[in-house]
Structures are given as C-alpha cells and as structure tokens.
Design a protein. Structure first.
Length: 179
C-alpha cells in the first residue's frame, strides 16, 4: 500500500483538463454533463483549458479529440455517446487513437455504477486510454454518471497516472518528459 501512496504523492497536483460533450442535440446552454465535469475538476483545484460540444459520429468525436490534443490539456474527459443507441460511437472514435488502454477504468466504473443503478450498469461502454502523455476518458452523458466517475475514479487518480506515464525508465534511461 505504500508504493501507490508514494507514487500518488509524486504525481502532479494541479492538472489541466479539456471537457468534450458528445451530443447532436445539446448546446452550451442546455448541456448538463460537461458542466458537471467542469464543476468537479475546478472544485478539486484543477484548471479547465478547453470545453466544447461535438456532434455524435466517428469523425466529429475524433475531430474533438484532435482539437483537445492541440490544447495544453493533460486530461481529456468526453461525456456522452458511450451507450448502445445507433449514434453512440464515442468508444469506437477514440480507441483507435489510444496507445494503451486503461482497462480497469471501465471495469471499476461499471462496478461502482452497479451499486447505484443495478444491472443497467452493463450498458455503459465507458473507456479510458493514453494518447502520448495525456489521459483520455469517455463517460456516459448522464450527470450522475459524470459525478460518479469524476469523484471516485478520475480526480483521485489522474495525477498519479500522469506521474506514472512521465516516469523515466531507469533500466534504459529513456522516458517521457512532462507535457
């Protein structure tokens, strides 16, 4: 238990976030999930560097990721498009960009969701992965789901994860430099 705490303590404390809402029907005035993520990250002392809404679809979600990657964001949170309706394509749009997946994120999210909403939790295709030295999360568009993911998974561990991504490989001397 000591190593995770030590690694967490060594990770960055103030992170830069981008939030991307995926919806063909929402506008900044009526988006409920993006502002929930923003409120949570700002309450935790982090900085929002980009917020946008992109329509459902492979190309628009992929374009939203590319736009977020052009910012100073270290953590990119997508909300919406992770279900099973025909327009829900966020996981498919993102996963091809991931250098590594964070399989435990989706598993833990569904486990925590099960405690709140029961078997419907299996209908979430929440995912996370690494793109360069950035962490990308895809959450359902439900405001309670955004609250749960931010509170229980993303905010407690994002700095720890970024610290791990940036660590030098002590066996070869290679490693990642901070963004």
């Amino acid at each position: 238990m000591e190593a995770p705490r030590q690694h967490r303590d060594q990770g960055p404390k103030r992170l830069r976030f981008a939030v991307v809402t995926v919806s063909s029907s929402r506008s900044p005035e009526d988006d409920r999930s993006g502002p929930r993520a923003i409120s949570a990250l700002e309450a935790a002392g982090h900085e929002l560097v980009d917020y946008r809404i992109v329509p459902d679809g492979l190309d628009s979600v992929g374009g939203g990721l590319q736009q977020a990657l052009r910012t100073e964001a270290e953590v990119i949170v997508f909300t919406g498009g992770t279900g099973f309706s025909p327009s829900d394509r966020t996981p498919e749009a993102l996963i091809g960009h991931f250098e590594r997946t964070i399989d435990g994120f989706g598993e833990l999210f569904r486990q925590l969701s099960y405690g709140e909403i029961g078997a419907a939790a299996m209908l979430s295709r929440a995912i996370a992965g690494i793109v360069g030295q950035r962490v990308v999360y895809a959450l359902p568009g439900s405001p309670p789901a955004v609250d749960l993911a931010m509170r229980e998974l993303i905010l407690p561990e994002a700095g720890h994860l970024l610290g791990q991504i940036r660590r030098q490989d002590t066996t070869t001397g290679s490693g990642s430099e901070p963004v």
